[in-house]
Design a binder for this molecule. Structure first.
Ligand code: FES
Length: 81
């Protein structure tokens, strides 16, 4: 496997579907990321509800997550890998 291949791999993206995050944009965020071609998994509440909606990219927290913020975190992690 080459370094270039590693850089293009999508990190794991988890979206909180807990009660607060789900209602405050988590469900929509997961849909919008899917539309943008980013696979996500469903996460549970992590007691970070005031920072809803919450996402994790390779277990790195993204607070008040948006498509743009998640994409930026993915790029940041790919650049540092
Ligand atoms: S509902 Fe997402 S952190 Fe609590």
């Amino acid at each position: 496997m080459t370094t270039e291949t590693n850089m293009n791999e999508q990190p794991e993206v988890e979206i909180c579907f807990g009660p607060e995050c789900g209602e405050r944009g988590g469900y929509k965020l997961a849909e919008d990321l899917a539309t943008a071609g980013i696979e996500t998994s469903i996460g549970d509440c992590r007691n970070q509800c005031p920072n809803a909606c919450l996402a994790f990219v390779n277990n790195k927290m993204v607070v008040k997550a948006t498509v743009e913020r998640v994409q930026a975190k993915i790029k940041e992690l790919q650049a540092s890998s």
